[in-house]
Ligand binder design. Sequence first.
Ligand code: BTN
Length: 262
Amino acid sequence: MSTYDLLNKDILARYLPADMLDKVIILQSVDSTQNEAKRLNCKPPYYVVAEQQTHGRGRYGRKWYSPEGGLWITFVPKLRWGFDRIHLYSFASVLSIYAVISEYGISSWIKWPNDIFVNDSKLCGILVESEAISSELKRIFLGIGLNVNNTFEDVGMPYKAVSMLHLLGKKVDRNLLLAKIIISLDRFYMNDDESIFQEYVKLCGTISKRVKFHIANKTIEGVAIGISSTGSLVVSSSTGIHTLAFGDVFEQELDVMSPDLA
Ligand code: BTN
């Protein structure tokens, strides 16, 4: 990879104001930006970004393959909501990334709760982790994995993956992209709760789709009919209305079973 391709604070400085730039920590290699963000004792907001992760992780303990060329970011925002509205951190994050990807002319959709897909291939995933003391939220870690100029390895994911390089047919300037993402995250976190929620509902492509998921050892098939005020997916099936607080659902036409809801 040429020097130009590496993440670099001098280049980022062309695109970000100094106060934002100060909040960005760039690492060559790390186990996981989530772990590093937890180890650091910085005042939020801050962003930990790595060229590569040796132990990147996804949701449900899945491995997140993180070679050079992608954007592997952990964003630790200033606390704004407690556990009762924790879904708003995730919704604001996915909306921020969606907006930036759209600027590149990529037509994507948001898959509940916080994935970005292009057709049936995953472009971006978000991992939300938190630290609490006596059930009070203390820090939240929004781990963003965006496939940019990277290649893939088959690590047994239950979905296909795609990169911006593949979609656009050319390499993307990751410093500019990172700056756009940071500015977008900052902007979306300033929006009020209702507009984050409404924008998410408008863009969530899972709504109206036929979905299939596992719950208590049963497979339920139905239609996703909406998002509850706490961020759950509401599914209507022949056995009634189900509210999924977390988990993965799969469109029936993709014919892939849900892994778990653990
Ligand atoms: C998912 O399963 O879809 C979530 C993937 C999240 C991956 C990102 S990459 C940056 C951060 N560090 C990690 O170890 N994981 C998240």
